[in-house]
Design a protein around this ligand. Structure first.
Ligand SMILES: [Mg+2]
Length: 99
């Protein structure tokens, strides 16, 4: 894996961690709360939206770099919708073809 690919995966992980932080703050203090020491950084909801945007950027970079397959992501997105709609438990991913 070349350094650029490593960077994309590291950034994806960082953004996921930042989303977790913003979710925790939102759940603890509410979506419209903000840090009074940093009011210009926005409400918890705005900060969560910013981090979700960051994640989408790095996900797109991962697709462009060929690190993940957009069609498979869409497949699993559709599958998730189906499973939630049906109330079924999650199923295992297909065997073989691992990266
Ligand atoms: Mg971020």
């Amino acid at each position: 894996m070349d350094p650029r690919e490593v960077k994309v995966f590291v950034k994806l992980g960082e953004e996921c961690a930042e989303i977790q932080q913003e979710l925790a703050k939102t759940l603890l203090h509410g979506p419209y709360s903000y840090n009074p020491l940093e009011p210009m950084r926005g409400t918890n909801r705005q900060r969560l939206e910013k981090e979700l945007g960051d994640l989408m950027y790095w996900l797109d970079e991962a697709v462009k770099a060929g690190l993940v397959d957009e069609h498979m992501i869409r497949h699993w997105e559709f599958d998730k919708r189906q499973r939630i709609a049906s109330g079924a438990r999650e199923k295992a991913p297909p065997q073989g073809g691992g990266v």
